[in-house]
Design a protein around this ligand. Structure first.
Ligand code: NAP
Ligand code: ZN
Length: 347
């Protein structure tokens, strides 16, 4: 074990502050990564504040990690010291259930181990820290240029969480795809759906984000609070990806789907959405679905897709000590469009 510096909290009501955590020494299959950048996901905030009522304290969030390999175990074959790598939301899974066998470790039937707040062989702490030790199976290769690494970090969660459902439900040429919410996940959804060749419509509650949405790749922008703008798109979408982090009226979006269209929820509010109207589903055989991040193979595919298409996140880099202010700004929707912590500021 080694003691390292991190940033976290001992209770839901306390702000994040410096603390010390223990990391294991790398085992034969482990990679030790010096963390250079860590994105700030809304899930970090939900967890630090125990909004999902499952937080283990002390809690060190952070699951959008980019860094440099510092050391590898004797049997590691995929990585060597000096490699630029990423770690997303998972650091382990059972490796023998049907979901793991299919490369969908996020649906591991025995429960995957989260990068933070995980109950694995040891409780896990995330990327708001100096370094992390991870089994090489859960480490990703980064193909982007060195100057882009801060903006690559959010791909490890926001990127894969939007890429996976867009692929699963066939976003591409000839498909009309809606993205709800222009935050960390939503802005990646817009970029990725556009790169996949879909017609993209962004739904936002923030009129000030319209120009950005177009710049990011949306063909049209709808202010979701305006019933007339919503009605103009009734019955027209093949797929809607809903990233909103708060409970809201799902019917307003379900009624925009075509026959057989699907709305997939990825936003995970602390309290439930009001139940949608059943008739909105049955009269057009519409589907309401959910999706959780993505498997390791698909995360690598997403990173390679983004490197090939020149896609990174739009970020604001922050110092570690400014994390509590960043959380407050995230709650107000005041982030364009992902905060990324420069880990050199951890001192
Ligand atoms: P974020 O950056 O805070 O973005 C959320 C966006 O939702 C906001 O920018 C805002 O967009 C919209 N919004 C927020 N409150 C709203 C309200 N009351 N009514 C309507 N719209 C509202 O958060 P994020 O990091 O993208 O995460 C979004 C959610 O996804 C969180 O709940 C997070 O925990 C969850 N998540 C799920 C997965 C998964 O695997 N399923 C993975 C990662 C994160 P506008 O200003 O454009 O309206
Ligand atoms: Zn996340």
């Amino acid at each position: 074990m080694s003691q390292i510096r991190a940033y976290g909290t001992a209770a839901a009501s306390q702000p994040l502050a410096p603390l010390s955590i223990e990391r294991r020494q790398p085992g034969p299959h482990d990679v030790r990564i010096d963390i250079r950048y860590c994105g700030v996901c809304h899930s970090d905030l939900h967890t630090a504040r125990n909004e999902w009522r499952n937080t283990l304290y002390p809690c060190v969030p952070g699951h959008e990690i980019v860094g440099t390999v510092a050391a590898v175990g004797a049997q590691v074959t995929k990585f060597k010291p000096g490699d630029t790598v990423g770690v997303g939301c998972m650091v382990d899974s059972c490796q023998h259930c049907a979901s793991c066998a299919e490369g969908e470790e996020q649906y591991c039937e025995n429960g995957f181990t989260g990068t933070y707040n995980g109950r694995g062989k040891e409780n896990t702490w995330g990327g708001y820290s100096e370094h992390i030790v991870v089994d090489e199976k859960f480490v990703l290769r980064i193909g982007h240029e060195a100057g882009q690494l801060a903006a690559v970090a959010p791909l490890l969660c926001a990127g894969i969480t939007t890429y996976s459902p867009l692929r699963h439900w066939g976003a591409g040429p000839g498909k009309k795809v809606g993205i709800v919410g222009l935050g960390g996940l939503g802005h990646m959804g817009v970029k990725l759906a556009h790169a996949m060749g879909a017609q993209v419509v962004l739904f936002t509650t923030s009129p000030g984000k319209q120009a950005d949405a177009k710049r990011l790749g949306a063909d049209a922008v709808v202010i979701s609070k305006d019933p007339a703008q919503m009605a103009a798109h009734a019955g027209s979408f093949d797929f809607i990806l809903n990233t909103v982090a708060a409970p809201h009226d799902l019917d307003a979006f379900l009624s925009l789907l075509k026959r057989d269209g699907t709305m997939c929820l990825v936003g995970a509010p602390a309290t439930p959405h009001p139940s949608p109207t059943v008739f909105n589903l049955i009269l057009k055989r519409r589907q309401l679905a959910g999706s959780l991040i993505g498997g390791i193979r698909e995360t690598q595919e997403m990173l390679d897709f983004c490197a090939a298409h020149g896609i990174v996140s739009d970020i604001e880099t922050i110092a570690m000590k400014d994390i509590n202010t960043a959380y407050e700004r995230m709650l107000k929707g005041d982030v364009k469009y992902r905060f990324v912590i420069d880990m050199a500021t951890l001192d």
